[in-house]
Design a protein around this ligand. Sequence first.
Ligand code: PEP
Ligand code: MG
Length: 756
Amino acid sequence: MNAAGPAVPSGPRILLRRLREVMAGPGTAQERMDQLVAAIAANMVAEVCSIYLLRDGALELFATEGLKRSAVHETTLRIGEGLVGQIAQLARPVALSEARSHPNFAARPETGEEDYHSLMGVPVLRGGRVVGVLVLQNRTNRNYSDDEVEVMQTIAMVLAEMVGGALQEEIPGAGVLATDGLPRRLSGLSLNEGLARGIAVLHEPRIVVEKHVADDIDVEAARLNTAVAELRIQIDGMLQAVIAEPTGEPRDILETYRMFAHDKGWMARMHDVVQSGLTAEAAVERVQVENRTRMSEIGDAYLRERLHDLEDLSNRLMRHLTYSGGQIDDVLPDQAVVVAWNMGPAELLDYDVTRVKALVLQEGSPTSHVAIVARALQIPVIGRLDHLLDLVESGDDLVVDGDNGLLFVRPGADALDAFSANLELRQAKAAQYAALRDQPAISRDGTRIQLNLNAGLLADLPHLDETGADGIGLYRTELHFMVRATLPTVSVQTEFYKRVLDQVRDRPVVFRTLDVGGDKMLPYLTRYDDEKNPAMGWRAIRLSLDRPVLLRMQIRALLKAAAGRSLAIMFPMIAEVSEFKAARGLLELEVERQHRMGEAGPSSLRVGTMLEVPSLAWQLGALLPMVDFVSIGSNDLMQFLFASDRGNPRLANRYDELSPAALSIVRDIVRRCDAAGVPVSLCGEAAGRPIDAMALIGLGLRSISMGAASIGPVKMMVRSLDLPALQAFMENYYDSPEHSLREALTKFAEDHGIII
Ligand code: PEP
Ligand code: MG
């Protein structure tokens, strides 16, 4: 045997046949497990093969070939403890040629494992949950190959079948990660605020594959083909339904799904697994686990999201295989809290969203599309809830505090009391905001403030009427592009923008041209992979100017959609006047083209810019005569002003938008715009926080744009505000050496009866 690795194991089919013989053979489950480890060790040319299974919350050594037999049922490891515990915790394989130098290595002398250098372990998964770990060890520094890891994962699936069956009858509690039924408080990341209580609905009722080893490979291949055909018909049917009643995004998302359902690579991979000797459902599960592992390693948010779409399709495929064509969707309770490992936006839209009170995810990120869609639907969302799926059972009572990222599972009396009090408070506030809907945002001294909405999905548009906002200050057009598999044509875009304009009626809406690139990459756009600093990279207007056809197509569609109506367009990430001129030049070409073609154009056209790169603040003299309006993008402006990544949680509280520097730069921009008679607004997140909005109005802004949930609270603040007093107060502070004026401003608000 050489140090680089032993002989390639004999084909997995032969091994699977042997394992099946053992499993179907005589003897107790323990005896069969002992035979299994011996067979696996021999086949994989390893000195040690061990099975650890969960029992009473710990990983217990259940069988071993090579380690001391006396350690069986004696040696235990906590989840997360040692390499075996790490494999269980992360549900991911580990292969190390020198395990003992790994920081997580925890020696168990009673097993006699000190002689072994290399280790490879894979999780044993049942219905998506870890129930144990299967381990190989070798004396030499063996480099386990990817193929060998794969074979072990297949073996682990077969083992899982036995754990669920005979073993549990013989040894109760073996391989069970039971929830203890006690109240739990889980802390995650708030992806959308809001408060809700409801019944846990597991997004994917755990489908446990009961049979892994194929009796007849041809039959399994045919079953897989049939299920795939059914899946394609199902997706086409869903597409037909949304085409009949178009609502925009779902259709785009489903088209992406259709593309995946025809993906040759995915099909080929599943068929390969069937050919290795597994059943069709085992092959789907196997490839799904591989995808999850890949997903957890991918940094690119967009690609991760697309893999989630694939996860959804795998689940659907699995249901076609296991439900033999029956009714697939269950009835939702009225107050449902959907619990999922992760979810694509199409899956959320699949539910009767009027019954979904909240969504909780084991994974998930703020930029994920499901979070964006949930925000538009005003469904509270919490993500990154560790061990969520291990701790929640279907039907559990759940309290979701989306504001603070807290989930109460089977809440106790204290949590329920706090929930009721909090809910009453919110309902009272919501009633107050609703009562203000038709009242203008006028301060106590009579100053009218424009409160606009930030939008990006068609689902955002009803919020205009619900909140009584003045218009849409920022329409992020890129979201429409991001939920599609292919570049929308001019006519598709035209239809979409028309629908937006139809719905906003006579209220103003400012369309921002594509702000893609960085973390918002489109699959059909050439990627520039090597960006170390994507936020400062090839994005937004930089990309649009390098790909002028893309921008011109978008502008053409906007001009067509707005025929006979007013149109306002702005460009993102303009860093210098020449970029604005170039972008405006492309727009002029399209206006000329429209004239030439004899098409009807907009009744009025306003062209503006985002101001979100600090350099532009020092070119206002040249810029302002060329623009019809300016919109300050404080999210990016602050990120670049303070050189502080807006997506990095460690820096979240490092710099404050209410610092003297931040307020001074915004004040200077506003003053210059006012002096030039150019309307100026601000559309970053700060506009939606009442205390921040107060300061922005104090420094001179009269128009701000924010998410729908903020309109009520901000309007209430405005109506309680004495603006001259605030302005006089703030004058003293622009040159302050303080880190932030937040405290001083909060105190001012409290002293002056301003509702923040
Ligand atoms: C901003 O940067 O403030 C802004 C509104 O744009 P986005 O958040 O879409 O980058
Ligand atoms: Mg921005």
